[in-house]
Design a protein. Sequence first.
Length: 687
Amino acid sequence: MNLPKPKPSKRLDLQGIRALAIIVVLGFHFYPEYFPNGYLGVDQFFVLSGFLMCMLLKRAENQSPCQLVSLFYSKRFKRILPLYLLVILVSMICLYSFFPDTAIETNQESAIHALLFVSNRPKTVAEDYFTMLSIAVDIFTHTWSLSVEIQFYFLVPFIFLLANKIPEKFQLGYYGVIGLISFVHFYTIPSSVAFNSVFARIWQFSIGMIVYLLGGISKSQPQYQVLNDEEESEPEFKQILEDEESEEVDCSLNEKLSNILKYSQQMAYFSLMVLICVTMFPTTLSALVVRPVVTIGTGLLMLLSEDNWILSNKLLTYIGDISYSVYLIHWPIYAYWKLTCEGNQALLILALISSLNFAVITFEIFEKWYLKLSSTNIGILVVVLFFLNVVVIKRDEITNQVDSFGKNISSLDNVTANMTVDDAERLNYKWSINDYQNLYDPTCVYENPKSPLGWCRHTGLSGKYKIATIGNSWTANHAKVFYQECGYKAKSIMQGAAFGCEPFYPSGQSKMCKENFTDFEVHIRKEKPDYAFIITRYMSIGARWPKKVTSFDQDSMYQIMKKQMLKFIENIKYKLFILDAIPRVDSAFVYKIARLVKNKTDPVAIDKKLVWLHEYEMARKRNAQLVKDCKGKCELIDYLPEFYNNKTKTFRFFDKKGFSYHTSPLHLSPHGIEKIRHIWTDICRKL
């Protein structure tokens, strides 16, 4: 006699849906040109999660409200936090060890957001999700979806408890109304806000919850009970649990649904085909249309696909099992490829394979291990991982505090006479990774507090002159030293720093720089300062003369510069100071300086590799001509004598111990600022 096969302890078909979702997400991240709609896989995850949440809450509905809430949170956090915290920790260690220095500061801030589950916070235009995907500097970009999910965890038990106060026949309508309100909210607010908002995503979770409730209606309703220890060990994002075999249910269809579900398998295959076609379609489809199609279609498929042989096959279900690990691990690996491999397609394939291999190893060794631990041990593990994350993320701040303990250093660079080349290597690294933060000046009140760029006004002044400083990010780079040396002469200092844009010419003729070009002139015209300072690193103005142009009268670039300069001086009472051009440096070479000095490399050889002499001389010629045409109201500020070595006839942007005068983001380092401080002392004394 053939005995029937035991019923599986989980819905394998749902694992298959989860697998298809993670596959299209991987396609979207690694090959967006071929899978432009793969982002919809995350929408499918939200529906699956809503199903799981409803199941967990329904199984605990006979408990008291406090017990229900505490049980729900303990099971969800037990499932999610250990792996999540481990991935953040390992990612930060890899960031410090393998990633470019310029990626460190951004990711220290992003890691804090990820750690606190606020990666979905309101974003600036520059932080748009799809923009961040394209540049791949932030290795925690993908954690936005986990933040949305965790934030919904804090809402859903109370939504469920309120539903239980409503007669059972109205509960589906209750969830439907909540979902409809969220759906309307999603489509009536800006898309960049809606994408990250937990309230604009509730409709997707609600569909998963409704699917679970409909699945119960279509069968003789079993008696739910609190999850036992075995159920507690089942993974989130993977295992959708059923009642134990001892609670076998009557699979007869409810009479009202029998006609609808009569052809459920055919409908399931059709839904599956539609979802695959949409999410894997090689041309971008309108999110306005396909997002509700995929979300509702996923819910419909979940309702109809139980025991579906395609979705329940071993390969798909195993991919579903490891999907949480895959999701967390793959993006930092892709970001490393994007930042370091210069588009090498063979290495991209290797990055994808590595992501899958690491996910399998993590699932088999770490996930399976910690899911067997007691709740107490899980709690200890989470606390330890959280503490280690804070220490690693705040590593530089902690090091700075230790280094400065007991010292009284007033300079910006913290360099002392007894420091060594090892200190130079440490500080060169520190200055580069803290470069953006160092652009902030605590004396300045910023129009946009989230950025040291843009416009701000300095406080705490008691002098007699109105002063304006404008330029690209070098203006912010010089803000502290300018305030220290000139602040006592000023009754007001207006500061304007535009990223990558010069005041005399719209750099690169980009839209942003054209807007800033006008903005500079408007601010100077309204401010009417006594003195103005243009502090900028040359960008476009070093370009050679166009063909057949032999004089500044014929040079269209110079004529734009001159016209802008004349507008400036019309509104400046005494004088306009212009920082003259000096050569640029190779940003990738900055962090090698101290190591080469330590290895006793010829300093001239370092100079030649570090310094980029291209175009700076033409920028100086245009600036010199501006002074001639300035009607006696312009004066150049020249750093060239400070950095030019007359003995070797080379530019030297480091000292004999290897302390760099530049950061890798191409600003003057604090040591470089101290190098030119005396120039500003002299200028400001003479105002």
